[in-house]
Design a protein around this ligand. Structure first.
Ligand code: SF4
Length: 69
């Protein structure tokens, strides 16, 4: 069984670049008004773990936190 992964976002830190939503649209969206991140899946399936880790690394505002458990 693969380890779990939990995603959290900090909308105050988010600078609304939309990189996460473009990279992993299954997990992240953008608020239509503010452009800030909207978390769609806090516990994404294992097939998306690598992509979600990449989103956290690439976020220019360090607004995405990934916790492995
Ligand atoms: S990549 Fe980071 S700054 Fe850009 S929308 Fe996503 S959480 Fe916000």
């Amino acid at each position: 069984m693969s380890a779990g992964l939990r995603v959290a976002v900090d909308t105050d830190a988010c600078c609304a670049m939309g990189r996460c939503a473009a990279t992993a649209p299954e997990v992240f969206d953008q608020d239509p008004d503010s452009g800030t991140v909207v978390l769609l899946l806090a516990e994404p399936p294992s097939a998306l773990h690598e992509t979600v880790r990449l989103c956290a690394e690439l976020c220019p505002c360090a607004a995405i936190t990934v916790t492995e458990n």
